[in-house]
Design a protein around this ligand. Structure first.
Ligand SMILES: C[S@@+](CC[C@H](N)C(=O)[O-])C[C@H]1O[C@@H](n2cnc3c(N)ncnc32)[C@H](O)[C@@H]1O
Length: 393
């Protein structure tokens, strides 16, 4: 998550010419002279600057990480400082003094979900977009295709039993329940299909991929897994796609199959692809596969192989973590937690950090050597709580 504040991350985004040119063209198509624009997650400010170039009268550029300081400087240096209002806030909590004509954003992850585009777009659209207002992107589609990728499959494997007289299958099973970035040549065994679609005019917080797809094998080969990419319709005439081999800003994600399966054009691959996105964690993906023989008269068609996979099964937990995730777990504060509870009980806006440090130092004399030490630690704690959205300014 914190990579979003690094200049390196935003340099890669800006330098992805296909991405930047497509967004610039789409913004020039969507923003009209004199428009008010909202840029959700402005990052380096690139889309806000494009909106100014396209004629926006005012742009509200919202960003919750420190990269906003770089965006402010870029806006000033380029002569757009007076037209962009930077808002240093999570968009879930911000307010605007007026409604906007256009909302722009680039919150698209490699497999579409992961940056809460659905939730953030829905919040801003419902609160701030004028009736008939425009959105960039208009829609984003997630594509999936069954693929053969022997090099990556071999790279991700463990030694066979014969090599060391050791069985690595439990580790292999975990590794194949992860998603991986595609770094190798692939052969598609059937055409890609749409597994999920975000229509920004209608999307709601809580929308998630949940697709049942059937692929008729087009080319014989070994099914190693599924490759995903997206196609984003940014404006009426601009489409940005990351189909393999992807773009500098987005490589492709692969969902590996538990075991490779040889497939032929007489076979059908059924895939149930589902995901959920917890607020403060990576999405959890589930991909269940059934491979059937469709030639012949058997009804129902015989099942040749079946796998149920999930990134949840790829997660290793310590015994303590397993206990903590149980619904029977009864949380209890440590001594350090008692300090936090005392601090929280005093956060009603009446005491300064210096006053809090005096009170807490007196209450927990063993915790800090001096009042100054208490103040330094409280300051760091409060910055963290503010970043997580628990504290008002
Ligand atoms: C993929 S970057 C895109 C940056 C820029 N719009 C561009 O296209 O170059 C997404 C940005 O949105 C910001 N962001 C994500 N969620 C946010 C939220 N809830 N509130 C404010 N900013 C957010 C991130 O910190 C990040 O800088």
């Amino acid at each position: 998550m914190e990579t979003y504040e690094s200049v390196t991350f935003h340099r890669i985004l800006i330098n992805d010419r296909e991405r930047s040119r497509a967004y610039r063209k789409a913004i020039f198509e969507s923003v009209h002279e004199g428009d008010i624009v909202l840029d959700i997650g402005t990052g380096s400010g690139l889309l806000a600057l494009f909106a100014c170039q396209a004629g926006a009268k005012r742009v509200y550029a919202v960003e919750r990480t420190a990269i906003i300081r770089v965006a402010e400087r870029l806006a000033r240096e380029n002569g757009y400082g007076d037209r962009i209002t930077f808002i240093d806030e999570d968009v879930r909590r911000m307010d605007l003094p007026e409604q906007v004509d256009v909302i722009v954003s680039e919150l698209i992850s490699k497999a579409v979900i992961g940056q809460h585009m659905e939730e953030l777009t829905a919040i801003c659209r419902d609160r701030f977009l004028k009736p008939g207002g425009r959105l960039v992107p208009r829609s984003v589609e997630l594509f999936v295709a069954p693929v053969e990728l022997p090099e990556q499959h071999a790279e991700l494997d463990f030694p066979p039993f014969d090599e060391y007289q050791l069985d690595f299958s439990p580790a292999r099973q975990l590794a194949r329940n992860h998603t991986h970035s595609l770094g190798a040549r692939i052969k598609k065994l059937a055409g890609g299909q749409v597994a999920y679609r975000v229509d920004t005019a209608k999307v709601c917080a809580g929308d998630n991929p949940d697709a049942r797809l059937g692929f008729t094998v087009a080319t014989a080969g070994i099914l190693h897994g599924y490759c995903v990419w997206f196609s984003a319709t940014l404006s009426e005439n601009v489409v940005l796609t990351t189909q393999p081999p992807g773009l500098p800003a987005w490589d492709n994600i692969v969902f590996h199959l538990q075991e490779p399966v040889p497939v032929e054009p007489s076979m059908r691959i059924e895939l149930a692809l589902r995901a959920t996105q917890p607020t403060a964690a990576n999405p959890i993906w589930h991909w269940n596969t059934t491979i059937k023989e469709t030639h012949g008269n058997s009804d129902p068609a015989p099942v040749l192989a079946q796998f149920q996979q999930s990134t949840f099964h790829g997660t290793v937990l310590t015994r303590d973590e397993m206990v903590r995730r149980s619904s029977q777990y009864r949380p209890r504060l440590t001594k350090q937690g008692d300090v936090l509870a005392a601090l929280f009980s005093r956060l009603d806006g009446s005491a300064s950090i210096a006053e809090l440090a005096v009170k807490l130092h007196a209450q927990f004399p063993d915790r800090w050597r001096t009042r100054e030490d208490a103040e330094i630690e409280l300051q760091a704690l409060l910055v963290g709580f503010h970043g997580s959205g628990y504290l008002a300014i």
